[in-house]
Design a protein around this ligand. Structure first.
Ligand code: SF4
Length: 457
């Protein structure tokens, strides 16, 4: 696998891009104001092999506390760089840049407000004015980062594009690319190059297409910033691993990707060995693979002998075929793993690629400092109740917060979204239908909502 040549970005005591190895990272799900628990979890991530830890900073107060977290983390002997995760509050980004080695901002909400999903028309003049407003605020942020030495990530998400971008491009890969390029052009103009980029979606085909298009757009404009890869809301367990491997692995196989995060609705440190193994499998000749295409049927044969490896290696290696739109069936021949396993894995890979649906699809975010309820328990309960053949055509989202959850759950049919301590909001598509209901009643109320909408439950 020949890696795309990118600029090398210094992040604290490490590097992303250039000829540095692919960096593995994860994100805390503790409360950012709880210094002790945050440091404890950051240490678990590093001890598991994580090379960068990200922490959400919802506001200036949390951004200020990054100073305490960093100091305590360093005091305990850990030098791993910390990244802050900022949405909606540019002042928090300015504050965070003083304390941590990297700050992620989201072009969809750095200056722009939350998307209303209403069709808003912008005249060329209004669009230009918004871009100028963006440039002023973003430049202020870059100046702070320049002084402190912090790197930045321009982290675009499919589910949180601004109204301005949506008005011209819709929530498309092209929209994700342009949302990112608007910020990158300011970086170039300001001669600020400590920049990493990500374009994420919970839909693998969208994520892969967006990243490929961004790479071309950057090449056209003479840029070569390194890329952070991830599939958002991939869920947990086997399905979460397969989906992440498919999205991230497809691009890694094309030589694209300098740092990765496998987002799982599990303990953050559980993400690290999955990410590490995925990279290992794709950078060494671990297993053989023979592929042939007959019409719309992809046949693949491998003597892979480890089930966990198969769930990473095969989706990653077959992703490009499956996301091409030309393949409708997958037949796996895995003599060392048995026909039943091969058949089930083929179905799960086809579903992760969005080619075919065999069972209810669940999407869930990994949770972060904005999550005020037991997300992993909620996912387990929702799966237990709704994973039935009668609901196999549905996509159900379980999200940790109302700030980003509703936008990021993409095209889910129903959403179960944390709305504060022990409270849940229920969505039908993007429409909020039940607000702040007690968590203990949420499953039953979701069932009722589904029945009212004609679902067979
Ligand atoms: S959707 Fe989940 S991961 Fe994203 S900000 Fe909300 S709680 Fe955090």
């Amino acid at each position: 696998m020949e890696r795309r040549v990118t600029r090398q970005v210094k992040v604290g005591n490490t590097y992303i891009g250039g000829n540095s190895p692919i960096l593995i990272q994860s994100m805390l799900n503790t409360m950012t104001m709880n210094t002790e628990e945050s440091v404890e979890q950051a240490i678990k991530i590093v001890d598991a092999g994580g090379e960068l830890v990200r922490i959400t900073a919802q506001g200036v107060r949390e951004a200020e506390n990054l100073k305490n977290i960093r100091e305590e983390f360093r005091r305990q002997g850990y030098s791993t760089p910390i990244s802050a995760d900022i949405h909606f509050v540019p002042e928090a980004a300015l504050e965070a840049a003083k304390w941590v080695e990297k700050v992620r901002i989201n072009p969809g909400n750095f200056i722009d407000k939350r998307a209303t999903f209403n069709k808003i028309e912008y005249t060329d003049e209004e669009y230009e004015q918004e871009l100028m407003r963006l440039e002023v605020k973003f430049k202020e942020f870059l100046d702070v980062c320049r002084r402190s030495g912090a790197a930045i990530r321009i982290g675009t998400n499919h589910g949180s594009l601004s109204d301005r971008i949506m008005s011209r491009y819709g929530d498309t890969p092209e929209g994700m690319v342009e949302a990112t390029m608007e910020f990158l052009r300011v970086c170039v103009k300001e001669n600020f190059h400590n920049v990493v980029i990500s374009l994420k979606s919970s839909i693998c085909s969208v994520m892969v297409e967006a990243v490929r298009k961004l790479v071309s757009a950057m090449e056209r404009e003479g840029m070569n910033y390194p890329l952070h890869l991830g599939v958002t809301e991939a869920g947990e367990g086997e399905d979460g691993r397969i989906k992440s491997a498919l999205g991230i692995g497809t691009l890694l196989c094309e030589g694209v990707g300098d740092t990765i995060r496998v987002s799982l609705t599990e303990a953050p440190e559980a993400e690290i060995p999955v990410a590490r193994r995925l990279v290992e499998l794709l950078t060494t000749d671990s297993y053989d693979l023979r592929c042939s295409i007959d019409g719309e049927v992809l046949k693949a044969r491998s003597t892979i002998s480890d089930r966990d490896d198969a769930k990473l290696f095969l989706p990653a290696k077959l992703g490009a075929y499956l996301l091409s739109g030309k393949v409708k069936e997958l037949i796996l021949e895995l003599p060392d793993l048995g026909d039943d396993f091969a058949k089930r894995l083929a179905q799960n890979i086809l579903q992760a690629a969005g080619v075919k649906r065999f069972k209810t699809e669940f999407v869930s975010c990994p949770g972060c400092g904005r999550t005020l309820f037991d997300l992993q328990k909620a996912v387990a309960e929702v799966k237990q109740e709704f994973n039935t053949p009668a609901l196999s055509s549905l996509k159900i989202a379980v999200m940790g917060c109302v700030v980003n959850g509703p936008g990021e759950m993409g095209d889910a049919d129903y959403g179960y979204v944390g709305a504060g301590s022990g409270k849940v909001n229920l969505y039908k598509g993007k429409k909020l239908v039940e607000k702040a209901i007690p968590e203990s009643e949420a499953i039953e109320r979701l069932k009722l909502l589904m029945r009212r909408n004609g679902e067979n439950i």
